[in-house]
Design a protein. Structure first.
Length: 258
């Protein structure tokens, strides 16, 4: 008489209740979408010595992904994980398709005077907060070299533009920007008036709080040296992680409770 063997005895892996609960817990964690700016045929800003923005943004985003995942609190996705060109509308639609809880676009500044240095944080607005923000948004939006036109040609982008006044999303974006600014202060150099706003195409998802972070100025020698330093990028990743923790511990938690 042969006995029927159970799954474990037969060498089959049967998930325990704790393992199944852990798998379910992973899917309940907030999804953070990181967007390393530029890539592929689009180098972004270029420093006087030829360093290209696209490489710094990717290295910084990969470092941040590691830091966020190490907390055990988040799932992390990226619009690109290699040197490839991604059209701006595709970056937005990727975050929407994955139902991201936060969207952080990572860039480096290229300013007209090399004396200016420091990080800055941008949120979406119809009207730019100042001339610097307006010029930056024009530059970033103009870098799109393919895909659907930004200015309303695709139905998806048209819907996004029609929903720019989504109040909760705007408040969430501003809260995240303030948290990043506070986390950087005294640790990572900041531009004067570091929280600015403009009509950035990559921030136009009406359902996801979104911020564009300029990590420093490639036109400033001190900033460029920092941005090229793995140690400094690790420091930035740690401070951004603290800011995202603060966001979910306070604003996002209160929003869900309300």
């Amino acid at each position: 008489m042969r006995l029927a063997l159970g799954g474990a005895a037969a060498g089959l892996l049967v998930p325990s209740r704790s393992r199944a609960a852990g798998i379910a817990d992973i899917h309940l964690r907030p999804l953070i979408m990181l967007d390393p700016g530029h890539g592929g045929v689009d180098p972004g800003a270029i420093a006087p010595d030829g360093v290209e923005e696209k490489h710094i943004t990717l290295s910084s985003a990969l470092e941040l992904r590691t830091a966020l995942e190490a907390t055990g609190r988040y799932r992390v996705a990226m619009t690109r994980t290699r040197d490839v060109f991604i059209p701006l509308p595709d970056r937005v639609s990727d975050a929407m398709a994955q139902n991201a809880s936060l969207f952080l676009s990572m860039h480096c500044d290229h300013l007209p005077t090399p004396d200016l240095r420091g990080a800055s944080v941008f949120t979406l607005s119809n009207d730019a907060s100042d001339a610097l923000a307006a010029n930056l948004a024009q530059d970033e939006n103009g870098e799109d070299l393919g895909g659907s036109p930004i200015a309303g040609a695709s139905p998806q982008v048209a819907d996004i533009l029609a929903s720019l006044e989504t109040r909760a999303t705007k408040i969430g974006s501003q809260s995240l920007a303030r948290d990043i600014q506070a986390s950087f202060r005294g640790v990572v150099p900041l531009l004067p008036d570091p929280h600015r706003s403009a009509n950035f195409a990559v921030l136009r998802d009406p359902s996801t709080p979104a911020t564009l972070l300029e990590m420093g100025c490639l036109t400033n020698p001190l900033d460029e040296k920092r941005l090229r330093s793995p140690k400094h990028r690790a420091l930035m990743a740690a401070r951004i992680t603290l800011a995202i923790n603060e966001y979910f511990d306070n604003y996002a938690l209160h929003r869900m409770a309300g």
